[in-house]
Ligand binder design. Sequence first.
Ligand code: CA
Length: 237
Amino acid sequence: MIKIMIVEDEVGLVTLLKYNLEKQGYETNVVMDGKDVMREALLEKPDLILLDWMLPNVQGIDLCREIRKTYELRNTPLIMLTARGDEADKVRGLSYGADDYMTKPFSVPELMARIVALLRRSQPVSTQENLSFADITMDFSKRRVTRGDRHVHLGPTEFRLLQFLMEKPGHVLSRESLLKSVWGGAIHVELRTVDVHIRRLRRALNEGGEADIIRTVRSAGYALEVSSDEPAEEYED
Ligand code: CA
C-alpha cells in the first residue's frame, strides 16, 4: 500500500485530505506539528509527503530542506502546500527540494492528479540497467547517479529529467516535451517549472566543479552535450 504523510495543522484540511486520499486507496499518516515531522518520517518512511508551508514550531520550508539532506528520506517525493500566492515563494519552495507545490485553496482532484503524476515519475521507467553519458552514469536498479567517482544526489524529478536527457544525448528537447515526459500530459504545470528543475539538476551535476553538460538552447529547450568553453546560459523570465 502506498503511504502518504500529511503534514498540516489545519484540522479541516487534514480531514479533507485524509478522506480523499484514503478513498483513492492510499494509507495516510498525519503530523500536525513541525517538530514531529523528521522523527515520524524516519519511522514511517512514507512514499510521498504533503508538506504545509506554515506549521507550528518548524517551518515547512526548513523541513523540506532537512528532508532532502537526510539520507533515508532524500528521494521521497514531496509536494509543498502553501497559502502564499507569491511566485517567488513558489520557486523558492522548489529550489529547496520540493517536487511540486499547490497554492491554497486548491482543488482536490488537481492535487490527486499531481500525486499520481509525482508517484509515477518517482519510478524509473527505463528497462535498461544503466545509462551513461560522458562521465555520468545512471544505475536504475540502485537508483543511483554518479559523475566520475562522485555520487550525485538527485530528487525524483531531477532523476527523471536527467534520464530523458540521457536517453537522447545531443538532441534539443523542448521545455514542452520535457514537461510532458517528466510530469505527464494531464496536469497543468508552468513551463518555468522545467527551468527551475533543470537549474537544480545542473547544480547537483556540477557540485564537484565539473563542466556543465546541459546546454540551454534559447527559446528551444535543453540538450545534453559535452561542454564547449562557453558559459552556461539560463532563461531569465
Ligand atoms: Ca498551516
